[in-house]
Design a protein around this ligand. Structure first.
Ligand SMILES: [Zn+2]
Length: 105
């Protein structure tokens, strides 16, 4: 349900499916625009002077940061893994060469 406030100050509730449409006020019969978001949220946003302080974009940024962090961690882990593989391979090869050299010598 969405709460609608008419110009005549009459508050009434309409079904969510009427969001974004105009509905007749049951008291004065005038057409009232039904908000898409609940009026409480819209009033809340209007009270904030700066756009940057809205919690929704901040949460979005935080999510993006976490995703970026996860991506960079995954990249680091992948790089480390390939370095370790290469290192193990090189160490193995050097050991083999050393063993051969020692056996020949
Ligand atoms: Zn009204």
């Amino acid at each position: 349900m969405i709460e609608v406030v008419c110009i005549c100050k009459w508050r009434f509730k309409v079904q969510d499916e009427h969001a974004g449409l105009s509905i007749k006020c049951p008291k004065c019969r005038r057409l009232v625009d039904v908000p898409i978001a609940p009026p409480a949220l819209i009033a809340d946003e209007e009270e904030r002077p700066e756009l940057g302080e809205q919690p929704a974009p901040a949460a979005f940024v935080a999510t993006a940061d976490v995703q970026a962090l996860q991506a960079s961690i995954e990249r680091l882990v992948a790089v480390n893994r390939s370095i370790n593989n290469r290192l193990a391979w090189v160490v193995g090869l050097v050991t083999l060469i050393l063993i051969r050299v020692l056996l020949r010598g």
